[in-house]
Design a protein around this ligand. Structure first.
Ligand code: GDG
Length: 570
């Protein structure tokens, strides 16, 4: 039976060691894990990924493998060196900054690239061990861009989908990567490539056209005689999970507890992983400007800022942490009083019940990343607003802004615009808040994570089916006999002959694909028969075709149909 194999850098569980040196397996709460759990847990389906920690003892590795395999997960173990060079290095210090337009933070190191190639190969080898004819593979994200091609090279007929969770930058930024061609070729091993937004897809197509010299037609790319389909699939959230968590008695208890200690003041919320792409320092500066511009809000509004520790081994993240600490201290020192703290800052993560209470309590959510593939926090905030009261301020640089146009959409670089949006949000009439919330909730409820998973996998099946329908069929004796008989009995024959890949083999060397004597002889013979009308179709330019075949009594459709010539020479 055909299976679906999900592949991502991380498995959907966290393996942790408890005090007794025993391994514990904690399911990840991330949206992707929830959405895909209905897929990988079914039958023989599988999730291939790194368990997220280094195992120094082989017996512990063996134990983890056994436990994970019993839950349909296949671990890819990484050495310390691989974690440093492939994960922290190429993935987080090269691709992440470049794809988020922070190319000044990007490091281009050969050792990082080599480790990236090796680890991608390691993932591919693990997949190949499991692969059976008819299986579908869904590869996730920027850490594994080479995997689709690696699989395709070994299994030309396999069905591979790839989804990029982060933005795809414009060509001018992407071209800075020394390994741009290899990365594109890697992803183009897929049958279906998904992005969060149409703009990401457009940037990708432009890079493919300018770096690989392959054009596209409505997002369809012809690569090595295969059609690669690209499209946008904005990811959704598990709407019901956030809505029901917001109604849970435990959440309500936490809300009461926090409300009591905060007092009767307005609350603004900011939740992010510590990352320079999230615009945390700029958000703090904006809050500072707001308080100085509208002093009537001193003591009346505070910012609850959750920053989840992340990538603390990477230098840029350590610097960012210091910057945020400093800014929070400065603002609290500048405006704080004995009974009012402007910013409640937490550098840690919270359980879902707390998160949900924060979402419920917040009058305003400030989601102002400099760049974000999608951003799920803003969607979770909207889903948690059971009373439909609250305002979302959302950066136009987040993929989510394309769907949530009922938010107050801002440019995070325009600090005064965001300050204005905060003022507007704090003063928005209740009925207006409700109107906007209702529209956004309707969208998010419908286009939830389950919808996203089904949409992508159904499309992948569709693409695979079309590919098999359109693939070249080998003629059996009977079909060949019929064609010969039809040819012999026809009074008139219209013969369309494709050039590259049909009359001559595919080759990038122009000398290698010039027509030889044998081919010219066949074409001459076909054209000499009055009952035949021969048309040669090619994407090549008219000058080359004219030089090679212009002396023959045939028609041309050249330059992808832009130029036509009939036998009379018109
Ligand atoms: C990539 C792309 C794209 C945060 N703090 C806590 C906590 N969180 C949860 C949120 C949310 C998630 O983390 C963060 O959402 P992101 O959208 O930033 O997702 P990532 O997976 O980091 O990023 C991003 C996404 O992929 C999906 O395609 O949207 O653009 O960068 O779910 O709730 N969860 C808990 N405690 C916290 O303190 N429990």
């Amino acid at each position: 039976m055909s299976r679906t194999i999900i592949v991502s850098n991380r498995l959907p569980v966290k393996v942790v060691k408890n005090d007794k040196d025993e391994l514990e397996y904690r399911p990840s709460e991330g949206g992707l894990a929830t959405g895909l759990s209905s897929v990988y847990k079914q039958g023989d389906n599988l999730w291939v990924g790194w368990p997220g920690r280094y195992f120094n003892r082989p017996e512990k590795q063996k134990e983890a493998r056994k436990a994970l395999e019993s839950q349909n997960m296949r671990p890819v173990f990484l050495s310390k060196e691989e974690i440093k060079l492939y994960y922290e290095g190429f993935s987080n210090e090269t691709l992440w900054p470049t794809f988020h337009y922070f190319n000044q933070n990007a490091l281009y190191k050969k050792s990082y690239w080599e480790a990236y190639e090796e680890v991608n190969q390691k993932f591919c080898d693990e997949i190949l061990k499991e692969l059976n004819p008819g299986d579908k593979i869904w590869v996730h994200d920027y850490q594994l861009m080479l995997v689709p091609k690696m699989i395709r090279d070994k299994n030309p007929d396999v069905s591979v989908g790839f989804f990029l969770h982060i933005p795809f930058p414009s060509f001018e930024v992407f071209r800075l990567l020394p390994w741009r061609r290899e990365l594109l070729d890697g992803v183009l091993g897929s049958d279906l490539i998904g992005f969060h937004t149409y703009d990401d897809m457009r940037h990708f197509l432009s890079a493919v056209s300018r770096i690989c010299y392959i054009s596209n037609q409505q997002g369809h790319i012809l690569k090595d005689r295969r059609t690669v389909v690209t499209d946008s699939f904005p990811i959704g959230i598990d709407y019901d999970k956030y809505a029901s968590q917001a109604a849970h008695p435990q959440t309500l208890r936490r809300e009461v507890k926090y409300r009591t200690s905060l007092g009767n003041q307005k609350l603004m919320l900011s939740i992010d992983r510590l990352d320079y792409s999230k615009g945390i320092p700029a958000r703090l500066e904006i809050f500072d400007i707001f308080l100085s511009k509208y002093p009537e809000y001193l003591g009346k509004v505070s910012l609850l800022m959750v920053v989840v520790p992340s990538r603390d081994e990477v230098e840029k993240y350590k610097d960012l942490k210091e910057e945020v600490d400093l800014l929070v201290g400065r603002i609290n020192g500048k405006y704080g009083t004995v009974n009012w703290t402007p910013i409640h800052y937490f550098y840690r993560s919270f359980p879902l019940e707390d998160l949900s209470a924060f979402y419920r309590m917040a009058d305003v959510a400030m989601v102002t990343p400099m760049r974000d593939g999608m951003n799920l926090v803003c969607k979770e905030y909207v889903a948690s607003k059971l009373d439909q009261q609250g305002v979302l301020i959302l950066s136009e640089m987040a993929g989510a802004s394309k769907e949530l146009s009922d938010a107050l959409i801002v440019n995070p670089n325009d600090k005064h615009e965001v300050v204005g949006a905060i003022y507007k949000a704090l003063n928005m009439p209740e009925d207006e808040q409700q109107r906007h919330m209702e529209i956004m909730q309707k969208t998010l409820k419908k286009y939830n994570i389950h919808h996203w998973v089904n949409l992508f996998l159904t499309r992948l099946e569709d693409v695979a089916r079309k590919r098999s329908e359109q693939s070249t069929k080998v003629l059996d004796d009977e079909a060949e006999g019929e064609i010969i008989e039809d040819f012999n009995t026809a009074k008139k024959r219209l013969l369309f002959l494709d050039y590259d890949g049909t009359l001559v083999p595919f080759d990038s060397d122009p000398q290698a694909v010039a027509p030889g004597d044998e081919l010219l002889g066949i074409l001459e013979k076909l054209a000499a028969n009055d009952q035949n009308h021969v048309v040669i179709i090619s994407g090549r330019d008219k000058t080359t075709l004219g030089k090679w075949l212009g002396h023959l009594d045939v028609d041309f459709i050249a330059e992808h149909g832009v130029w036509l010539k009939d036998r009379k020479g018109d």
